[in-house]
Design a protein around this ligand. Structure first.
Ligand code: CAO
Length: 478
């Protein structure tokens, strides 16, 4: 018969009604003993509530935003393997060592709850594990909370002393609450970070290296200069104090692209070079070709030649002339990988957020084929049907807001690429031709680049060349 047990909050040093900020498991998950179930965060500390036994999560009793105190039920777990002695309930099976034994309480707020008195909590050396909670407010709060790691054990386990970072063995991923908090602030999924400390524990430096490595194309080498980000915690504001609010979770795409954008913005020294391209003739050609195609396809279903397709083709020619733009910097910041292929990504706005599909081998394709492929990919993106392969391998990206408006903007480099072209709305402008002002269709270009790789002069040359190409695409044949 299934052995259903309640996983309860152990002694957390006297804290009461601590908000749940993270639920680390789902119903149906198989958990190891001591694997974190939820993360609690008070104004002073973050701490994980581990599962007191291995098994399968049958029911979650809390969600993010709920509050828990000692004894509060976190989950119902169908325990697996060797379990507590017969008849021993979870509570009665708790090791007796802690002198500050409390009975299970409801999750509801306790009237008259006082400040933590964790210092008075005593344990024997055999069962206690002394750790310091993370002090998010800037000071260490000298509270012991070793019980968090073991008090839910169905049967007493051999002594285990945790180290000062507050790590808890057997957790997946294996990191202290301080590191978890740090990773959350950076939007890093700890499951993807390789721990370098004893037993595979993930340190703050590992998280920093992961961010740097991901930015520079994978790998975990130490980036030149080091230093890392030393950011203040994100401000926590109860906006409802100021007026009515509604909380809306970000879409999955927004969360993923947001984490990437934040990393790229923080880690890459961006500079944006602005220039104008005279696309008067190109636009006339595009319109004429589209009319021809429309007539040829009779039903009007032929491929529409877009300005984006011309921009992609012209970018390939510029990348061929300036190879360091078709490159990626390694994680150590020492070597540039120059690519001999030309896969161009373009930012596509979808109802769920920004994605960057990639058209492969644009050097081997005509503008018409690039237009057809990019419009198919854009449709797939909008329908949420893009596969990961269709968004990988890009060398250079284009973010075109020309269909919407604007005169210039600063696109964020799509690491591990080293440059991105932003395109704003073309407009008819008076341009001096030596004799008079003539009306010309001017397309604003904004090239953001990684200044570690590309010098300002090279960026100015690249952008000017691109503008020249768009002014006369015959140059692409040279
Ligand atoms: N200047 C003036 N008009 C432009 C233009 C430009 N630079 N680029 C496109 N247009 C016009 C087109 O001519 C077309 O007009 P018609 O409907 O009259 O023919 C209209 O804008 C729509 O253009 P399009 O269908 O060719 O689409 P597009 O090539 O502009 O864009 C795509 C395709 C996928 C890039 C676009 O749908 C998109 O998602 N854009 C947003 C990208 C984005 O969000 N970037 C920001 C990323 S950073 O946050």
């Amino acid at each position: 018969m299934a052995d259903l047990k309640e996983a309860r909050v152990p002694d957390i040093g006297g804290y009461d009604d601590v908000p749940v900020i993270e639920v680390l498991v789902s119903v149906g998950d198989t958990v190891d003993k001591d694997q974190g179930l939820v993360t609690l965060e008070s104004d002073k500390a973050t701490m994980e509530v581990p599962s007191p036994f291995a098994g399968v999560v049958k029911e979650l009793k809390v969600k993010v935003g709920d509050s828990l105190s000692e004894g509060g039920v976190v989950a119902v777990i169908e325990a697996a393997g060797e379990e507590a002695p017969a008849k021993a309930s979870d509570e009665t099976a708790k090791p007796e060592a802690p002198s500050k034994q409390k009975s299970a309480k409801s999750d509801a707020a306790k009237p008259g709850a006082t400040q933590p008195e964790a210092q008075s909590t005593t344990r024997t050396a055999e069962t206690a594990a002394e750790v310091e909670p993370v002090d998010v407010a800037g000071q260490r709060d000298n509270i012991t909370r070793g019980d968090v790691a073991k008090s839910g054990d169905a049967v007493p386990t051999p002594a285990r002393r945790l180290d000062a970072d507050g790590l808890m063995p057997d957790k997946v991923p294996y990191a202290s609450p301080a590191v978890r908090l740090f990773a959350r602030e950076l939007g890093v999924d700890l499951a993807r970070v390789q721990g370098s400390a004893r037993g595979g524990r993930i340190t703050k430096e590992d998280v920093q290296q992961f961010v740097k490595g991901a930015m520079a194309g994978g790998g975990g080498a130490v980036a030149a200069g080091g230093g890392g980000l030393d950011l203040l915690p994100w401000p926590k504001v109860d906006f409802s104090r100021f007026g009515e609010v509604e909380v809306k979770p970000l879409s999955k795409i927004k969360k993923i692209s947001g984490a990437n954008l934040a990393r790229n913005w923080a880690m890459i020294p961006h500079v944006t070079q602005h220039d104008d391209a005279d696309v008067t003739e190109l636009e006339a050609l595009r319109v004429a070709l589209n009319k021809e195609n429309e007539r040829a396809s009779r039903d009007g279903s032929g491929t529409k030649l877009t300005m984006l397709a011309f921009l992609m083709k012209a970018s390939v020619t510029a990348l061929q002339k300036f190879p360091e733009f078709n490159a990626s910097l390694d994680a150590g910041g020492e070597n540039l990988t120059l690519k001999k292929y030309f896969h161009i990504g373009f930012a596509a706005d979808t109802p769920n957020g920004l994605v960057v599909p990639v058209v492969r081998d644009c050097d081997q394709k005509g503008v018409m084929e690039i237009a057809r492929e990019s419009s198919e990919l854009a449709k797939k993106a909008r329908d949420g049907k893009l596969g990961p392969a269709e968004m990988s391998g890009g060398c250079f990206s284009i973010s075109s807001l020309g269909g919407i408006g604007g005169t210039s903007f600063t696109p964020i480099v799509n690491a591990p690429e080293v440059a991105i072209l932003g395109v704003s709305r073309s407009a008819m402008k008076p341009v001096w031709n030596g004799k008079e002002f003539a009306p010309r269709l001017i397309l604003p270009l904004s090239l953001s680049y990684d200044h570690r790789v590309i010098d300002g002069a090279a960026a100015a040359r690249f952008t000017a060349y691109l503008a020249q190409l768009l002014g006369d695409m015959r140059r692409a044949l040279l």
